[in-house]
Design a binder for this molecule. Sequence first.
Ligand code: NDP
Length: 246
Amino acid sequence: MSQLEGRAALVTGGSRGIGAATALRLAEGGADVALTYVNAADKAAEVVAAIEALGRRAVAVRADSADPAAVVDSVGKAAAAFGRLDILVNNAGVFPFGPVEEAPLAEIDRTLAVNVRAVYLATQAALPHMGHGGRVISIGSCWGARVPVPDVALYAMSKSALVGFTKGLAHDVAPKGITANIVDPGPTVTDMNPAGTDVAEAERLRTAAKVMGADVDIANAVAFLAGPDAQWITGTTLAVDGGYTA
Ligand code: NDP
């Protein structure tokens, strides 16, 4: 569990759900962890306290991923807090829902700003702080690969953009010993996707396992990609979806 000893991580959107579980899992592995949040200061403080209880350093930074300056600033604060940055987890995301004809311009812009532009900007800001063994891990979606349902075209567009970005990035950073990968969660129980709703039930039944995932299932995959055992894995997508895309 100590494969990440001495490493410094930044998890965007680390106050709740998959991001919070990932922040904790990286700390369990030995990393110091910075996290961003936009509204839930109380939840962010709880995650910080839980990480500190593990004996690791933690810091929470309020940074709206839709705000380019805030994104860049949060990366600088994370690197300053720990004196280094080894692992960037681009997790913060929003989930717009509805038919293509009805999405207002503001929703299109915000979705692309949070789910796509912030990933690019955080990565751009993080790379100068990263050395050999650095990791850029972005949280995509099972709908980045296949879209078997209506009303999610905007979200799917935003998540599939991460594929091209990550494949290109893998080439750019490989000479520095840095890897870039995506984890694609299937339906995972969080505030974004609570269990028991009609939508969640339909999604659960589309998995091979007929169960929704837990936030820690995704966190475990991120921790693997962040560690030394994944040093030769880059430019790819790891589906963690109970067979949703099988
Ligand atoms: P939640 O809604 O449960 O949590 C979202 C987290 O992101 C919170 O910490 C939230 O902060 C933060 N966040 C949201 N918007 C912003 C913003 N503008 N700036 C900074 N932080 C922000 O989501 P999940 O944990 O379910 O999702 C995490 C990632 O996984 C997302 O990228 C999502 O698209 C992806 N995903 C989720 C699936 C699922 O079934 N749950 C399936 C496939 C992909 P705050 O607490 O302050 O609001």
